[in-house]
Design a protein around this ligand. Structure first.
Ligand code: DGT
Ligand code: CA
Ligand code: CA
Length: 575
């Protein structure tokens, strides 16, 4: 299949020719037109060349003798000399530079022309020296925008939070469904595996109108610019600053394509080795036997079954031993969002929440929860308007009154997000702590202590007997802050010894504990809660990201105490 690669190269040649200004823009237009034609061709140019020769190629609209020769050159040598020459003349790292929000190919060229910016490092220097604002068509505002884009690129390696990526992917999937052009459409890649961050989106489509489908996705409102457009694969840069791969596959291959493009890569490699041992060939088109007959492919579950193993949930596909478990039929039965019976980490306008106690409780009712725990901040969190003992007492009174009003519709539990102070003591009196249904505790201040001091601090709090839940244990912020230093072996052992439950904070910027630490903590037989750390009503929908992390950490319903009814919850909390 040469179409998409040649179309991509022709577009790039056109972009580079445009650099020369008017003199070569006619030539650039010709390349661009041919790129479009070839990119949306059903038949592969390699086949046309083989069957009809150069004449077959020149019959294509927009393809003259010269361009036909270039196509032939690529098919025969894997290279186009004109492209290589231009690339030498314009040695620009388009790939990275166009990933920066605020920079399309055209603006990258402008920066190269005006300032000689070739790569991300050059761009950084140009920004530091405020060179960009002086270029025609840029100005101070776009300099500021590019700087933000670059900061993001550096701090994240271009990876985006699942909490941003997944809703975007879902909204695109809904539009494709509504287009009527697809028989099937689904999210694949790291988004389907619910990784905490995502490098790009991968969307798989079954469509009998592949070319129309590609036109449709290229024209979506979400699209900033088109990177490559071919008959079955289109890559676009989305306005949110993430690229998205769309692939159209045959119905017969849908299951194996979904398996393949869900990954991760290492999981796929292991699976393929198993297929080979069993005398099969496994790829994105299906499982094939010795006679090259397809024995599975349309259905993903069938792919795993044919290889003699149980179906592995996407969140587990990280090559961490899940394949062996699947072969031995010993996979955990992962917790699901439907198992969750309540949320235990909720803020209100009493401290830094944006919705009232009533509003948060109503949201919990609308989610069908049996219980909701209200956990506002304590006084050391003064920036959040944390409350002292006296304020907590009147807060509990309000909760009691609210409980009367809502009756049996939901149980409202009294709690607080209690600071674990520098010396390991808690930020409220024992008397106030004892008025709570459970105590959610966390480190917020003096976060730069040494590993040993920090571990001692938290263990001391555990040993007071007043800590029921340790909230966001590492206090990291994804792409922003690494979090506190901890000796996790000691911490998890102490949590187990003192019956402390560990939070999986579901807020997309936290996801704390993460999958790896959940797996580690599990070895110490600790229990978990999934809490949303909601500061407004909408945040209570973050539960699914916490579920994603829990599933990536192989957790079952029994491991998560807010997947139990109120009776078992209270039993698990009050040791
Ligand atoms: P990302 O985008 O960095 O967050 O991570 P993924 O896992 O979505 O990676 P991506 O988008 O590069 O590719 C999607 C899936 O396609 C990946 O999880 C596995 C599969 N895949 C990609 N390249 C290869 C490869 O070279 N070999 C194999 N076996 N699978 C691959
Ligand atoms: Ca991806
Ligand atoms: Ca991809």
């Amino acid at each position: 299949m040469y179409n998409s690669k040649i179309s991509e190269l022709f577009n790039e040649i056109a972009d580079m020719l445009d650099l020369e200004g008017d003199a070569r823009s006619f030539e650039a237009r010709a390349y661009r037109k041919a790129a479009l034609v070839i990119g949306s061709l059903q038949e592969d140019v390699g086949d046309i060349l083989k069957n009809k020769g150069i004449d077959g190629l020149t019959e294509l609209p927009g393809v003259g003798k010269t361009l036909a020769e270039r196509i032939k050159e690529y098919v025969e040598t894997g290279k186009i000399k004109k492209y290589e020459d231009l690339k030498k003349q314009y040695p620009i790292d388009f790939d990275s530079l166009t990933k920066i929000q605020g920079l399309g190919a055209k603006r990258v060229f402008k920066l190269y022309k005006a300032l000689g910016v070739k790569n991300v490092d050059d761009l950084r220097k140009a920004l530091e020296n405020h060179k960009i604002r002086g270029i025609e068509g840029f100005g101070e505002k776009s300099e500021e925008e590019i700087k933000k884009g670059l900061d993001f690129f550096f701090s994240t390696g271009g990876r985006m939070l699942i909490g941003t990526a997944l809703p975007e992917a879902e909204s695109i999937v809904r539009k494709i469904e509504a287009s009527g052009l697809a028989q099937k459409v689904t999210i694949a890649g790291s988004t389907r595996r619910m990784r905490e961050t995502v490098g790009d989106l991968d969307i798989l489509i079954v469509s009998s109108k592949s070319d129309k489908m590609m036109d449709f996705v290229a024209g979506l409102d979400e699209v900033e610019n088109i990177v490559v457009k071919g008959p079955t694969k289109t890559t676009v840069m989305l306005k949110i600053g993430l690229t998205c791969d769309f692939r159209v596959v045959e119905k017969e291959s849908f299951g194996s394509a979904l398996q393949y493009f869900t990954g991760n890569k290492e999981h796929n490699v292991q699976l393929r080795q198993i297929a080979i041992k069993q005398g099969y060939k496994l790829n994105e088109y299906g499982i094939f036997d010795k006679a090259d007959r397809r024995v599975a492919g349309s259905d993903e579950k069938e792919v795993y079954a044919k290889l003699g193993m149980d179906y592995i949930e996407p969140e587990m596909r990280e090559a961490r031993g899940e394949i062996e478990l699947a072969q031995q039929h010993r996979l955990p039965k992962l917790v699901t969002i439907n198992d969750i019976r309540g949320d235990l980490h909720v803020h209100t306008t009493h401290t830094d929440g944006l919705n009232t106690l009533d509003e948060m409780v109503q949201k919990a009712v609308s989610l069908g929860y049996d219980y909701v725990g209200i956990s506002d901040h304590t006084k050391s969190e003064y920036v959040a308007g944390g409350m002292n003992d006296k304020q907590f007492v009147s807060y509990f009174k309000e909760i009691d009154e609210l409980q009367k009003r809502v009756g049996d519709s939901i149980k409202v539990l009294k709690s607080g997000e209690i600071d674990i102070l520098k010396d390991g003591s808690l930020d409220l009196s024992n008397k106030t702590l004892e008025m709570m249904d459970y105590r959610l505790c966390a480190v917020h201040t003096n976060i730069n202590m040494s590993k040993e001091q920090m571990t001692n601090r938290i263990i001391k709090a555990f040993e007071s007997g007043y800590v029921d839940i340790l909230a966001h244990p590492t206090d990291r912020l994804i792409n922003e802050r690494a979090g506190i230093q901890l000796d996790f072996d000691r911490l998890f052992q102490s949590a187990a010894d003192n019956g402390v439950v560990l939070e999986i904070n579901a807020s997309p910027g936290r996801l704390d504990l993460n999958d790896e630490l959940i797996l580690k903590a599990s070895q110490y037989k600790v229990k978990f809660i999934i809490g949303t750390d909601s500061h407004k009503v909408e945040h209570m929908d973050f539960m699914r990201y916490g579920i994603g992390m829990a599933r990536r950490g192989w957790l079952e319903k029994k491991d998560i105490i807010n997947a139990g009814d109120i009776k078992s919850l209270l039993k698990a909390l009050n040791r």
